[in-house]
Write a protein that binds this ligand. Sequence first.
Ligand code: OAD
Length: 250
Amino acid sequence: METLEIPEPIRERCRSARRAVVFSGAGVSRESGLDTFRGAGGLWERMRPEELATPEAFRADPGKVWRWYAWRWKTAAGAQPNPAHYALVRWETLFPAFHLITQNVDGLHARAGSRGVLELHGTLLTARCHRCGRQRDMGEAIAASPEKPPACDCGGLFRPAVVWFGENLDPEVLSQAQEEAARCDLFLSVGTSSTVYPAAGLIELAQRAGACVIEVNPEPTPFSRRMDLCLGAPAGVAVPFSPRRSRAAG
Ligand code: OAD
């Protein structure tokens, strides 16, 4: 089903849910003006991930990788949260337990006011020394050295504290996300192509747990056919519906 109509049995499952998980991806920030990775106009249409988002790329050309993330940092810093981000702040108050798990590194969920966001792919707002792990503010690091990664006292280079392809996710963040997905009774997947693992595996965990699983995405994903409900609309339109109320909007 690709409409904003929510069948009564799904509404009832939303109303009675005790543990809700929201799993977000780049599409949730699209209406804030940030590019997605895949699909028409996506970042990976114009750029090659292996040249920008891998440890090998950073070793081969640290300046190129640094400048690309500096551009993304500036774009994210200049963006504002949209109605979907704000609606998800309200979701915290709607369920006895609520967890927001994001693949986004833009920090917009937290800027909207969401607390305790599990950032599976790290954050663009922090720079980390690739050698000793020391952290500093990404904006300050870019201001100090806009063209190439600044050096750390240990002789290493600062890089964005994001997870690159070929790197492991923070095991604590991942295991908490998996735990919550595996014991939720409502799971909302919003703005993700659901193609990058292990993140997309959270959807399978929630389905296996018997949760009511809802997808918000204007385009179908590999999981759409297995969803309890697909809302084929932009996040800023679909997410603000209150899952505790009986009407679709409000
Ligand atoms: P993708 O770019 O793969 O997918 C974004 C999804 O958002 C697509 O399915 C779009 O159809 C959908 N979309 C577009 N506009 C939307 C809107 N207004 N409202 C709702 N949905 C919309 O982004 P992710 O799934 O987040 O990883 O990508 C996962 C990971 O792949 C990222 O974290 C990043 C990327 O490469 C790394 O960099 C490691």
